[in-house]
Design a protein around this ligand. Structure first.
Ligand code: GLY
Length: 381
């Protein structure tokens, strides 16, 4: 993408990456034996213990370390990344805590390691996780089951969520590794189901769709982490944009690129004047909460669309990504090396009591987007 950036944007992205690396050189030492989800009062928490190890975000700290290793070549990042990868072996031993987010967990850790260094342990771990994900496929409904047990009191054997579009990468990767088409057929069927049942006529995306797990018939939709059913949870829109682009990159199926563009057009037309993204595009004006993670993830997806766009269309997608990233770097980044975490005003969910704090996947996708702009990201998806 570098060749399509103005001189001014090239300078800005290099300067922003300099600030990220300067800060992370300090932060990484404090967090070398942690798997953080958020930073509280400038200190990362730790999800590497046996109780929290199945948490879906546990791949992102390792992923940041691999992206920074890719950028700098400094082996210290690789050493720290491998702490996450090895800690995640506890999940295989426990088994019961695992869910569809094994893609988010093992792609930026084990599979990134294998892709970058050829480490056979990374390949073994990735294939193990892919096999577990494939086991969650419902062949009648043609979807991958999201969670286990209950969610907010609902039994969810028939639930699929838009976020899963990101996990499909693990199956596409396994298909290439094993030369086994089953691992490509399952995610393509899931993506086709998502296209039919999640993407609304206006280009927005449902966060959760419930199917009857015996018949595969759609029975309900839910608002997920957004404001309400029928609203427009922004991170869900971002997962859809980037997720369909991942399916497009792995399969070349035109419908996936078209779907990513439809959601992107909806997203772009809803970006507020200041470029900062709310939790939900259809929430009430008050109280107003932002979610910087949605902006960072959407930026990654938009840059991916720009990669496949012609000269006429590229400025729309690249321009929107730059607008989001500029807004984050100008007013939502904490550059103090004494404080852990970078992005501010991230929100996990509208319904949660706490909003607008640092979240690790916001930092991860912000870094990945910046590296995409200079053509130096490690492709982990
Ligand atoms: N994958 C869960 C979330 O985006 O919050």
């Amino acid at each position: 993408m570098l060749q399509y950036l103005s001189q001014e944007d090239q300078k800005w992205v290099q300067e922003t990456l300099r600030k990220v690396t300067e800060k992370m050189e300090v932060v990484r030492e404090r967090a070398q034996k942690k798997i953080p989800f958020t930073s509280k009062n400038g200190v990362y928490d730790d999800h590497s213990g046996e109780k929290e190890i199945n948490w879906w975000t546990n791949g992102f700290w390792g992923g940041m370390m691999w992206q920074l290793y890719q950028k700098t070549g400094d082996p210290r990042y690789m050493e720290i990344a491998r702490y996450s990868e090895e800690a995640l072996d506890q999940c295989f031993e426990q088994f019961m805590g695992l869910h569809h987010d094994v893609g988010f967990m093992w792609m930026p850790t084990a599979v990134a390691d294998y892709r970058k260094t050829g480490n056979p342990d990374g390949r073994r771990r990735g294939l193990h996780a892919a096999t577990l994900l494939a086991g969650r496929f419902n062949p009648v409904g043609r979807f991958i089951r999201a969670w286990n047990d209950e969610w907010h009191g609902h039994v969810n054997t028939g639930w699929a969520i838009i976020d899963c579009m990101m996990n499909l990468s693990l199956l596409y990767w396994a298909s290439d590794e094993l030369d086994d088409p089953r691992f490509r057929q399952n995610p393509m069927m899931h993506a086709d189901t998502a296209l039919e049942h999640f993407i609304r006529p206006d280009g927005s995306a449902n966060p959760i769709v419930e199917f009857d797990p015996e018949t595969g018939i759609e029975t309900a939709t839910y608002g997920g982490q957004g404001y309400e059913n029928g609203s427009s949870w922004t991170r869900g829109q971002s997962w859809a944009i980037y997720g369909f682009m991942i399916s497009y990159r792995h399969t070349g199926k035109q419908e996936y690129l078209d779907a990513a563009k439809r959601v992107a057009h909806y997203f772009i037309s809803n970006i507020p004047e200041n470029g900062l993204i709310p939790i939900d595009f259809r929430m009430p004006k008050e109280p107003y909460y932002e979610d910087s993670t949605a902006a960072a993830i959407a930026a990654c997806g938009l840059i991916e669309i720009a990669r496949f766009a012609d000269d006429l269309q590229r400025p729309l997608y690249l321009g929107a990504a730059l607008r989001l990233l500029h807004a984050l770097s100008a007013s939502r980044c904490d550059w103090d090396p004494e404080r852990d975490g970078i992005l501010e005003k991230c929100s996990s969910s509208y319904a949660e009591e706490t909003h607008e704090y640092n979240i690790i996947y916001g930092d991860y996708y912000f870094l990945e987007a910046l590296l995409k702009l200079i053509d130096n990201d490690l492709w982990v998806w």
